[in-house]
Design a protein around this ligand. Structure first.
Ligand code: UDP
Length: 164
């Protein structure tokens, strides 16, 4: 079957995806549905409010950029939906699904992408995705700790909070 041939060339890999703070609930749900429709497995899903220190660490590569402090403010403004996505070629495919950083560029070059449809501007651009496998591994470890090979699949959107 075609599926099997594809997975022969592209072994399953993990990427870290983040739905950033202030994303309206209906957009968040649409993003989660689309992730599943595109054949990703949501291997982990967690709502996390980043502290300033965590946000600074998460984006430490951008420390020297003029937008760094705004970026950190944005990232700890509210809960982030942290996801481990699993699929053949997951890193690249999730980046393609997000589209370019700047939504005005995304609208021109990738009108179907999430940023073209949902991003407010170049800062508040709705989603994050690791840019390579090395980063994916690092950021997954940072957010979730070591993932086990049998990590639990959380069904998106329908999980209820257990009683305290
Ligand atoms: N960003 C920004 N201004 C810029 C470039 C980036 O505010 O000129 C923000 C934006 O939220 C982006 C994040 O910083 O998603 C990280 O930037 P990067 O260049 O890594 O883009 P990404 O990989 O998220 O597309």
């Amino acid at each position: 079957e075609a599926e099997n041939e594809i997975s022969f060339f592209f072994p399953k890999e993990h990427t870290l995806a983040v739905i950033k703070p202030d994303t309206p609930e209906e957009h968040r749900e649409e993003i989660l549905k689309e992730i599943q429709a595109r054949g990703f497995t949501i291997s982990q899903l967690q709502e996390t409010v980043l502290s300033r220190e965590m946000a600074e660490e998460f984006y430490k590569e951008h420390q020297e950029k003029p937008f760094f402090s705004q970026l950190v403010d944005y990232m700890c403004r509210g809960p982030c939906t942290m996801l481990i996505l699993t699929k053949e070629n997951a890193v690249e495919e999730w980046r393609a699904m997000m589209g370019p950083t700047d939504p005005s560029k995304a609208k021109e070059t990738a009108p179907e992408s999430l940023r073209a449809r949902f991003a407010k501007d170049i800062l508040e651009n709705t989603v994050h995705g690791s840019s390579n496998k090395q980063h994916a591994q690092e950021k997954i470890h940072f957010v979730f700790g070591e993932i086990s090979s049998e990590s639990e699949v959380v069904s998106a959107g329908e999980d209820e909070e257990p009683p305290p």
